[in-house]
Design a protein around this ligand. Sequence first.
Ligand code: TRP
Length: 453
Amino acid sequence: MNGQNLSQRGRWGSKIAFIFAATGSAIGLGNIWRFPMVVGKYGGAVFVLVYIIAVALVGFTVMLAELTLGRYTQQNAVGAFEKIKPKTPWKIIGFVGMLTSFCIFSYYSVIAGWAAGYFAKTVSGTFKGTVTSQLSEKIFTDFTSDSVQAIVCLFIVVGITTFIISRGVKDGIERWTKVLMPLLLILIIFLAVKALTLSGAREGISFYLKPDFSKLNGTVILYAFGQAFFSLSIGMGIMITYGSYMPKSVNLVSSAGWVSFSDSLIAFLAGIIIFPTLFALPGIEPTAGPGLVFKVFPLIFSQIPGGNYFGILFFMLLLVAAITSTISLLEVSVSYFIDARNWSRKKAAYLLGIIAFFLGIPSALSAGGMKFFTDIDFMGKFDVIFANIMLAVGALFICIFVGWVWGIKTAVKEIHSGNPRFNIRPLWIFSLKILSPIVIIIILIFIKKIISG
Ligand code: TRP
């Protein structure tokens, strides 16, 4: 890496800055939009249980492995593998991760665009007065099937992301996350309390928290693990890239622990808002899919005095949470082109942003905007392929690489810098080398069966 690139890459101002940025990457639509959607579709409480196991056993392990690899090599997702095993196919993991992140970025921005659209709707007062489930359904369907609107919203999100990224890691990402993430947490807690006090909330809580083990099957396990990877932003190298911006004095174990915990907490609270509301104000099914939270949130706002203002605040914060994630999704590719191809940050950001925008159009049109893409459920397919399959593949290879190829000794040594004690070392090593790879391989073996049946 030459001098010009060193300044192009950037570095976090402090540990707390990293924590905010990594949490910002992890917390996003995955928690508030995707988590309730998959819980609703795949078994309710039993899904939640498998999800928690997935985060604690595999998710945390992989996140720590990625951060360690990144900080040791001081490289992006591709460069990290190349530095440790030069001129070997290992760097393909990095490239695949880059492709995955880029493709996730394309449809993720569509959903973020919906949040932007809903923000505009609340500002203009669309949801003022009593909102029934039927009305909420109709507003959502009308909105997403309007192809021009969907594409304009996509363009806005990609544009904002590209602009922030072009200004660099420190100026761009840090400034946003520091203030707005805590605000989001406060609002979510408030809404959760409100949802719990709705009459009829109890049925929703038992759907969400009382496991019905007869619903446990391969599909639940596949989606729960996919959701864990997706929500924690692991399996494609973003945490390698973020780790590379971390100073040596930072405790990687507690960082990974904190990010995993706070991410899961927000997802959990999102469920506490959605499911009681859903059952207390019936009309929308838990299996509603991508529209679930967009249909349900307006219902809870209409139950609160001055609810429209909460709606404005909520959709604004949802958009911000989404954008701190889109930043991380695009940053993987951008940092590669800066490091390896000597592109300037601006050039990398704008060029990749434009390509991603076009790649996102089919997804934007697949919620009713254009019959062809809607019929084949383009966005749903992209989501399964990249969020469930490719992230699992990526996580598997990261475990194998760090645990068996790179050498666990060097990895442990890197973790010791910033955390001399590293109490959970034996556990982490066991999970990294044996448990996680086996679990992921089993899931991947069954994937075909699960998806076809
Ligand atoms: N974790 C983010 C969310 O839950 C999405 C995301 C950002 C992501 N970066 C990622 C998912 C990298 C997978 C990989 O909204």
